[in-house]
Every structure is written in C-alpha cells, then in structure tokens.
Design a protein around this ligand. Structure first.
Ligand code: FAD
Length: 540
C-alpha cells in the first residue's frame, strides 16, 4: 500500500464540522481516501485526535453511554454508520410499536361488540406509513437535538463528537472509520465501547431479497399491505408483526413454528392466551413444523412446510415472507481480533459486567448476545461508561428486567416464570387471577388474560416474577419490578393500598390468594379463574 502525502484538508468525518450544530471539529483529525482499486491515499502526517472514549454504534446502548460519559466530563467520539437511534428507533422498537398502536386502534374501531358501530372505517397504507415516518422523525429529531447539546463541553469538560461511517479496529487503541463516499479516517481512544447491536438471522438456504422475502429490516418498507404473508419464526418479533398485519385485516397471516407452541420461553398459559387470540384473528399457525424450502418465484413466494420429522410436506404460495428466527450480534468486519476481544460461539462479544476480555474495551446491548432489549442496552451502556471511568456504578438488576410483548392481548413480563423456576430448581408458589375477576378489566370489557405472580416458598416469600396478560400489562408489572429490585416480599404487596378500580388490585388479590387471605376464594371460582399452586424440586 502506497500512501501519498496530501496536505489539503480532506472531507471531515466528524459531523462536528458543521460548526454551530455540533461544535468545532476535533483539531488535527486526519483522513485517508480509499481509491477505486481499494488502495488508501491520504495524509501520511495523520495527526489523529485522541479521545477518552470511542463508542461504536449510536443505538440505545451507544447513545446512553455517550450521554453518561459526557456527564462524567469525558471526551467522546461516537461513530455511527447508519441512523442515530439504531434498532431502538428504525426497523425496530419504536417503529414496530407505532405500527402496533395504529393497527390496534384500527382493529378497535372496527369492533361491533362495544355499543358503537363505526361505518366506512377504512385504512390507507400510505397514511399508516406516513404516521410511522412522522413518529420516527420526531424521535430522531430529539436525539439529534440531544447530540447537538452534547457536542458543547459539559460543566465537567465532557463533549461528544459524532463521526459518520463504519468503524473497524486497526490496533487495540485505534479504529479506522470508512464513510459512505469511501473516505477513511482514524480515531484513537483510551477506552472503547462496542455497541454495534445485532442483525436478523437468516436460515441457510433462504435468500432474503428485501422485497418478497424480507426480515424486520425491510417489512416496514413494503409498498402496500400484502394480501398474504408467511412469518417464519414464532418468537416475539414474528408474533408482533403477525399481530400488526392481522389487526389491519388486509393480510392473511400464517406463522411457522418449530415448537409445539408459540413464545416457547413463556409459560404455556401465556402462549395459549396469545394463540387463542391469533386464531380468532384468523392467523394460521403451522405448529411443530419445519420449513423445507422458501424461495421467491414469479413475483410470489413459494414455501414448503413439513412436520418435524420432515413428513407430510405441503407446498404453499404467498405474496411475501417475513423471516424472523432471531438475531445475530453485529461483530463481523469490526476487526475485534486487533483489539484482543474474545467472541462467543454466536459471534457476540464475551463481556463480564460489560467489560470484554480486553480490559479497555467494553460492550453493551445486543452485541453481547444476552438479552436484546432497549432498556437493557441503555442500562449496560450507562453502566459501562460509569465502570470504565471509575464512577460509582450500580449493579445491573438482571433478575428484575422487564419486557413487553406487543401482541393481542399485550403481555408484560418481569423476573422468572414457572418454567424457568423449574429449570433452575427454584421452589415456588404461584397465583394466577383471571382478568374476569378484576373490576377494572370487567369495566373495560376486556377480560381476556390474567395476572400471574411467582414467589419463593421460604418466609417471608420473595417475589420471583410476574406476568400480566391483558390491557395496560406494562404498567401493571412496574410496581412488581420495583419490589423485585428492592428485595420486596408478598406481604409488601398485601400491605400497599391500591386505587380503585385499577388492574394492580388484581395483583394484590393474587398475592393475597397465595397468602390464603384473598377476598375471592380459589375454591369458589375454580382454577380457570383463580389458581394457587406450589412446586418444589422432586415434584412432577
Ligand atoms: C422489530 C424489532 C422490534 C423490537 N421491539 C422492541 C421493544 O418493543 N422493546 C425493546 O426493549 N426492544 C425491542 N427490540 C430490541 C431493541 O431494538 C434492541 O435490543 C436495541 O435496539 C439494542 O440496542 P443496541 O444499541 O445494542 O443496538 P442497535 O439498536 O442495533 O444499534 C447499533 C448501532 O450500531 C451501528 N453500527 C453497527 N456496526 C457499526 C460499525 N461497524 N460502525 C459504526 N456503526 C455501527 C448500527 O448502525 C446501529 O445504529 C426490537 C428489535 C426489533 C428488530
């Protein structure tokens, strides 16, 4: 490789060059330009700006870490190759939730069992996607505004300089940043945070073309509501898109599930409540099925689905296919070997309390191949920034993590469930109270679903986990998430005074049923409406 001396300024990598918007560019930042034959030309006297921290990826993990490092008075380089916000915003959490809410409102408007009959309720795909773009635009503008603020030095001297381009480690303390136009720059730092997120996993033999055969990266960019769609994979993301398309009522949705039931990581009662509703909504589930082939042919998608033994195969034809079988950490091409960072068998960064095998390199969010959630990514990003700069860092309460599944009905989860308790050999007591017995859900005419509380068998009984299935599920679990984090007990739930009518009263009644002092007695209603049970290792 021949490097030619070039003194003229080369296009800045930093958005900070737009003085006034992001502040002044880091002084002396050199850059190389990649030639058509892939050689690098550019400044040999490359004086590279050194930062306290270089963050790769401005998704929820990287963004939160940058903001926290700014608080701590650190000079931060934030490198992002795409749009700020990552999958927390586009083709991910916010975008899919916007679609879920819009589709829910539409489905509700078409209901005929609530005393009103709306006539001529129609849906326009163009208007739905315009609303989606508006939601993303609002949130993205907020993040840009925040970045503009972080570009200016904080009271403690912190600043965040943004670099557009794809980062790759060239040595333990340096990354090369390649922009879309081929120009290349370099950033050095004392510490690094790898926050590059994850990408959809594609099964071998399936060609994703982004048009007929798509992943979550493409499904929100279809030209219209497809008349039919097969979704490969019945995990959270697959089930969420099944709910969205079924709610809009313009797409015949089928789900291919290898397991006997959808949402295999959740208890059977949760999966059952969601499947029942899928069937009511016209979603067809190919249970215990394997996908033998799937290909785009003559402008349609032809797939063959068989039973688990590969027998009873059936060829089927749909307009589009959504492949949703999980995600893989984004570590390819990052040059992590140059920084001595070890990867696990999935290609995720091995991190202990956010620190990788290379002590100055940290990792947060989806790239670590543990829990893939926005709140976890943010927590880990903040935690990593605090740890690396010696600020007091609170332990990440992984046991009290909560999640929402945007299905029909909504499902929210915190802590462990029954199957996880059994897998770990943790003795428990459980109470399950149907929404049919909660005054607020009765008033809402939304009695599908339940609240389910899991507590330890020792005294006082510690709260192990909770599931809420039904309206306002996310809000319902929040108090329990707090109690788990604080080491709260069943008696704490019993003692707290709840407003009436609130769904959280159901949680309290459930707690009291486990304690044997509920107002409604299990024997009066039977296990379908109010169940109290216990399990210990050795029990069936
Ligand atoms: C369809 C969908 C729905 C979801 N819904 C929810 C939900 O409801 N609730 C929830 O909590 N979570 C949800 N998630 C998960 C959530 O979006 C992720 O867990 C979260 O975004 C992870 O944040 P992150 O910062 O680790 O990674 P990401 O958000 O993936 O961000 C990583 C960033 O790094 C950038 N990058 C990658 N490589 C490089 C490189 N070499 N150089 C420079 N930049 C790079 C990428 O462009 C990206 O912007 C959803 C995900 C999907 C796909």
């Amino acid at each position: 490789m021949r490097l030619r001396r070039r003194r003229a300024p080369i296009k800045g990598l930093a958005r900070g060059v737009r003085t006034g918007e992001f502040g002044a560019p880091p002084a002396g930042l050199g850059a190389l330009v990649r030639c058509a034959d892939n050689r690098l030309e550019g400044s040999v006297s490359l004086t590279v700006q050194r930062f306290d921290l270089c963050i790769i990826g401005a998704g929820p993990a990287g963004f939160a870490a940058a903001s926290r490092a700014w608080d701590l008075g650190k000079r931060v380089a934030l490198v992002e190759r795409g749009r700020v916000g990552g999958r927390g915003l586009t083709d991910g959490a916010l975008s899919s939730k916007t679609l879920w809410h819009l589709s829910n409102d539409y489905a509700r408007a078409r209901r005929t069992d609530r005393g009103y009959r709306a006539t001529d309720v129609t849906v326009s795909y163009e208007d739905v996607t315009a609303a989606l773009r508006e939601a993303i635009g609002e949130r993205e503008a907020d993040l840009e505004r925040q970045l503009a603020h972080l570009a200016a030095p904080s009271a403690q001297g912190g600043s965040v300089t943004r670099f557009e381009g794809s980062a790759r480690f060239t040595s333990p303390h340096a990354v090369e940043v390649t922009r879309g136009d081929g120009s290349v720059g370099a950033v050095e730092a004392d510490h690094f945070l790898v926050a590059t997120g994850s990408a959809p996993r594609v099964p071998p033999g399936v060609a994703v073309d982004g048009a007929l055969v798509v992943t979550s990266d493409h499904v929100e960019h279809l030209p219209r509501f497809p008349e039919s769609m097969v979704i490969v994979g019945a995990g959270v993301i697959g089930c969420e898109y099944a709910t969205i398309f079924a709610n809009f009522g313009r797409t015949r949705v089928s789900l291919i599930d290898r397991q006997p039931r959808i949402l295999p990581f959740e208890d059977e009662d949760v999966a059952e409540a969601v499947s029942r509703n899928f069937e009511r909504m016209g979603v067809h589930i190919h249970r215990e099925s394997s996908l033998q082939s799937l290909e785009a042919r003559d402008g349609r998608v032809r797939y063959v689905v068989c039973d688990r033994e590969g027998k009873g195969c059936e060829p089927l034809d749909v307009e589009r296919a959504l492949v949703s079988i999980g995600r893989v950490p984004n570590t390819r091409g990052l040059g992590l070997e140059a920084a001595g960072v070890a990867l696990d068998k999935n290609g995720g960064v091995v991190a202990t309390d956010t620190r990788s095998s290379s002590p100055h390199v940290y990792a947060a969010g989806d790239v670590t191949s543990d829990t893939a959630l926005v709140n976890v990514a943010e927590l880990e990003g903040r935690h990593a920034a605090e740890r690396m700069f010696g600020a007091p860092a609170r332990r990440i309460p992984y046991e009290a993590l909560s999640a929402i599944y945007f299905l029909a009905p909504e499902v929210a989860a915190v802590g462990i469930n029954e199957q996880e308790a059994r897998r770990r050999g943790v003795a428990y007591r459980v109470g399950v109270l149907s929404n049919r017995l909660i005054p607020r859900t009765v008033a809402m005419r939304a009695t599908d679903g339940f609240v389910k509380l899991l507590v330890s068998r020792d005294e006082p009984a510690r709260i192990l986990g909770m599931r809420a299935v039904g309206p306002q599920a996310a809000t319902t679990i929040q108090g329990i998430a707090f109690l788990i984090e604080k080491g709260g007990t069943l008696d704490d739930i019993d003692a707290c005074v709840h407003p009436h009518p609130a769904i959280t009263e159901g949680v309290q009644e459930c707690a009291r049923a486990i304690l044997g002092r509920s107002v409604l007695k299990p024997a009066a209603f039977g296990p379908a409406l109010l169940r109290v049970d216990a399990w210990a290792p050795g029990d069936p």
